[in-house]
Design a binder for this molecule. Structure first.
Ligand code: ASP
Length: 440
């Protein structure tokens, strides 16, 4: 018998109807024997996520405001789900305890974690499965960093050989027993950690879309779903703004060689996106796997004649950047020019100091900062050694009348990054998508 870990996101557990879908999905495959739930999410566009309501409770408590009304609304949402499912659950005691702890100053992590805790307990009661509290198996060290070793050890000790277990997502505890959480969307990480600990055959991440899209659906209408993608490709796309999974959820499963399958709770018959260490289908339909990007980068352009023969020039430029606490994204260079691409935001209040320091350390002929740059990454294992991919890409941009301000292609050859004006961003993404996907 195999083991599959199924993580269900907030929209997959937003109301009783969604709980029923989850039960049916689990019943379809008995290998799905470990479940990681999020807190109930939005039921419609105007709804508020339970996690956001709980953060608000913590804020109210810290400014001495009353909690009863808000906690009452949260309790009602859980009670409605339980009543519709016919599950009896001691909500009143639970909420009394939660209120007491929040008023005693348990903090926002504790408050936020109760969304997953209660949903986990409710789901376990509904399914008749065992509940394992994440505070006993997921551990954080100082600074809210995951204690990966202890977590791996405790999780595998508690879960080894067990079936039909619910571990709530998003939180754990620190060395003093205080509740800690991952950053928002962190139940994905819990799912990945559970999958690694039980050496799952697959980590299923159930959400409300049928997988990762080839491009942002807010820019390209009905983009195709990516059927198969490698962890490396997904990492490049997520880094450039594609958001499907929490970024930190990729590492535990990737190291353990466990594939991740993004699935749609509302359309369980769809295969979703399979993320693997190495893709099985090397004849993927298109030479590219996906396009992602975002706006608001700035280029620091440094010119100095004969810069190429000056040893340590690049190090000194980066020293100036580092001294200002700025992280850089890319560094395309010419013969006598060097460019450092950074997020525009990171320069706020630091521009003058940075430029002055570059002059001091590097004695360049000129330093200029240009903002309003958007970066677009076109990623695909199919591009490696494929001839004509970049010609196709740049032709498409030229035909769309878009000026390319920057080009960066790593030697891995599976990611071509172009920089365009912020204003051209959406058109550029559409032009690239059309060139590789729609025209075929
Ligand atoms: N409930 C948390 C959030 O809204 C964690 C999660 O859903 O993954 O961010």
């Amino acid at each position: 018998m195999g083991v599959k870990v199924a993580k269900f996101g907030g929209s997959s557990l937003a109301d009783a109807g969604q709980f029923l879908k989850v039960r049916d999905i689990l019943a379809l495959d008995e290998d799905r024997c470990m479940v990681v739930p999020s807190a109930p999410g939005k039921r419609n566009y105007t709804d508020v996520k339970i996690t956001d309501m709980l953060y608000e409770c913590a804020r109210r408590a810290s400014s001495g405001k009353d909690l009863d009304e808000l906690l009452g609304q949260i309790a009602t949402r859980y009670k409605e789900i339980a009543d519709e499912l016919g599950v009896s659950f001691p909500f009143d005691e639970e909420f009394e305890e939660i209120k007491k702890e929040i008023l005693l100053g348990a903090g926002e992590a504790y408050a936020a974690s109760r969304g997953e805790y209660l949903n986990g307990r409710l789901l376990a009661a509904f399914l008749g499965w065992t509940f394992v509290d994440a505070k006993d198996v997921i551990f954080f060290s100082e600074g809210d960093r995951l204690d990966s070793e202890k977590t791996q050890q405790m999780l595998s000790e508690r879960l080894k050989g067990k079936r039909n277990v619910v571990v709530p997502g998003f939180y754990g505890s620190d060395a003093h027993g205080n509740i800690r959480t991952f950053s928002r969307g962190g139940s994905d990480i819990t799912g990945a950690l559970v999958a690694r600990a039980v050496d799952a055959d697959v980590y299923e991440n159930w959400t409300d879309v049928s997988g990762c899209m080839m491009a942002d659906p807010r820019i390209v209408r009905n983009p195709e779903v990516i059927r198969s993608i490698t962890y490396r490709e997904l990492r490049e796309l997520s880094y450039m703004g594609a958001s499907v999974l929490h970024e930190d959820a990729l590492f535990p499963v990737r190291i353990a060689g466990i594939p991740t399958n993004i699935r749609n709770t509302n359309q369980p018959e769809e295969p979703g996106t399979m993320i693997c260490y190495e893709a099985e289908d090397d004849e993927s339909k298109y030479p590219i796997t996906g396009i992602a990007g975002h706006k608001d980068f700035a280029i620091i352009n440094i010119e100095k004649t004969m810069m190429n023969s000056e040893i340590g020039f690049g190090r000194r430029v980066l020293q100036a950047v580092e001294e200002q606490g700025i992280s850089f994204e890319h560094m395309p260079s010419g013969i006598d020019t060097m460019c450092v691409v950074v997020h525009e935001d990171s320069l706020i209040g630091k521009k003058e100091k940075l430029v002055a320091r570059i002059y001091e350390l590097c004695e360049p002929d000129s330093v200029e900062i240009h903002s309003g740059l958007a970066l677009i990454a076109t990623v695909g294992r199919g591009m490696v050694r494929a001839k004509g991919t970049s010609a196709n890409l740049f032709n498409a941009l030229a035909k769309a009348g878009i000026n390319v301000r920057l080009i960066d292609q790593g030697s891995s050859e599976f990611n071509i990054i172009v920089g365009v004006d912020n204003l051209d961003f959406e058109n550029a993404v559409r032009a690239i998508y059309r060139a590789f996907v729609q025209k075929r």
